[in-house]
Design a protein around this ligand. Structure first.
Ligand SMILES: [Zn+2]
Length: 239
């Protein structure tokens, strides 16, 4: 049994077949992996239509991403996309595995020197998925990276999870903690912005809470604030 929003998805041996059920609806599907897939996508569509729309759009453009993209959608709506460890400057996000036991460490998405992201999951380590086209140029993908992409695309809040207890010395030396950096404003005047101050893009747009982590990472990495949300999300995806 798994849960997608208000839906429970389980295999009914009496039918037999997969069932997606909540308080108001019950829908039956076939057996096997196909039935499970259809039940899951039905629940995603009913409970999280915006996620389904984004995944549908991605799969239309890149049919080869289909299985990883739907797996990514499940990771996202189940709250498995976690905020990064604030004392790990290269860590962009962590993604909890569906299969691994909860006690195991989540997979980590790490910023590489060339600006791309790498995941430490077996799929990515084996080469992952390479898509052609502008959106993911030079960026290999796995379901964890796609889950992060969906989170950025939909401004989905990352799940706040406290990482393993910090070493006392490191806990006071967080790279982003209260550091003031110089940002180039619209008039090309240098002004001090604190990473703790109300976050705002160069174009004056406020930063959504879901994007704050990326925003602070951007400032720490480039020493200036991003001009717009679009610029920030492009950067966070390694373009
Ligand atoms: Zn991965």
């Amino acid at each position: 049994m798994k849960h997608i929003g208000t839906f429970a998805i389980w295999y009914d041996t009496a039918v037999p077949g997969w069932v997606a059920v909540n308080e108001k609806q019950q829908q039956g599907f076939g057996t096997g992996a196909k039935g499970e897939r259809e039940a899951t996508r039905y629940a995603l569509h009913e409970a999280f239509p915006q996620v389904t729309t984004a995944v549908d759009h991605l799969c239309t453009q890149h049919p080869e991403a289909t299985s990883r993209a739907w797996a990514a959608a499940e990771l996202l709506v189940m709250g498995h996309v976690l905020n990064p460890d604030p004392v790990e400057p290269d860590e962009v996000v962590r993604v909890r595995s569906q299969r691994r036991a909860a006690s195991n460490h989540p997979y980590r998405l790490l910023r590489q020197p060339d600006g791309t992201l790498a995941c430490d999951c077996p799929d990515f380590q084996r080469g992952g998925l390479a898509l052609t086209g502008e959106a993911f140029v030079n960026q290999l993908l796995c379901k964890h990276l796609l889950a992060y992409w969906l989170a950025c695309h939909l401004a989905w809040p990352l799940t706040k999870e406290t990482p393993a207890p910090l070493h006392p010395k490191r806990s006071h030396a967080g790279r982003f903690r209260g550091r003031a950096v110089t940002a180039v404003g619209q008039n090309n005047l240098h002004q001090l912005v604190s990473s703790q101050a109300a976050a705002q893009y160069g174009n004056g747009q406020p930063v959504l809470p879901a994007h704050l982590t990326h925003y602070q990472a951007y400032i720490a990495y480039t020493q200036q604030r991003p001009f717009s949300q679009e610029k920030l999300l492009s950067w966070s995806l390694g373009r």
